[in-house]
Design a protein around this ligand. Structure first.
Ligand code: CA2
Length: 184
């Protein structure tokens, strides 16, 4: 497993503690006067994405996954949120993390990479999540080979962002901030 969160985000136990007004949660928390805990966004990355920045920049961009992790954490911080940013080459580990997000996350941003097109296990784990799910791809799979046109993630995702390279992760964080604000 690779956990690419910068140390300060891990040290904070991946939970932001917020007093008073919070941009992601509107004025109701400001009125409560209570201490409110905002769970982190789980940003999960699938196989081979650990090699980003080394090959095929015309398809996937030039940013490394560690750089995307830092940009994503900074964007979340602007919304008063934190991220748990991880990558795995193993389907079961991704399933475990999606299950972990049921209790410990406010939502999931997922680039399942090749598992997008094959994994019923990830599909079923996401279906059991009951939190916002944003599917992200650096490239636009619909403009590529036919085997990339089917996504088991899209069937259970709240939304899909593709083709914007690393900017897609930042757009996903912005969208997640809006989605979690809408939750009861
Ligand atoms: O565009 C995306 O983000 C993908 O999820 C990337 C997957 C691909 O199987 C999906 O169809 C679309 C592949 C990730 C492979 O990453 C590489 C990183 C560096 C060099 C080569 C591949």
């Amino acid at each position: 497993m690779s956990d690419l969160s910068p140390p300060p985000h891990r040290a904070s136990a991946a939970v932001a503690t917020i007093r008073g007004f919070h941009p992601a949660f509107g004025v109701s928390l400001a009125k409560s006067g209570k201490q409110n805990k905002v769970l982190p966004i789980y940003v999960l990355n699938g196989p081979t994405l650990n090699l980003l920045g080394t090959r095929e920049p015309e398809i996937y961009g030039t940013a490394t996954l560690a750089e995307i992790g830092r940009l994503t954490a900074a964007r979340a911080k602007g919304h008063g949120l934190t991220v748990v940013f991880r990558q795995s080459n193993h389907e079961g580990e991704l399933v475990d993390w999606i299950q972990e997000a049921r209790a410990k996350g406010c939502g999931v941003i997922l680039n399942a990479a090749a598992y997008t097109h094959t994994s019923l296990a990830i599909h079923d784990a996401l279906k059991a999540l009951d939190k916002p799910i944003i599917e992200v791809h650096l490239s636009n799979p619909h403009a590529r080979e036919p085997f990339r046109h089917r996504s088991f993630v899209s069937k259970v995702a709240t939304g899909v962002i593709c083709g914007l390279k690393e900017q897609g992760y930042l757009a996903a964080v912005d969208a997640m901030a809006v989605l979690i604000k809408r939750q009861p």
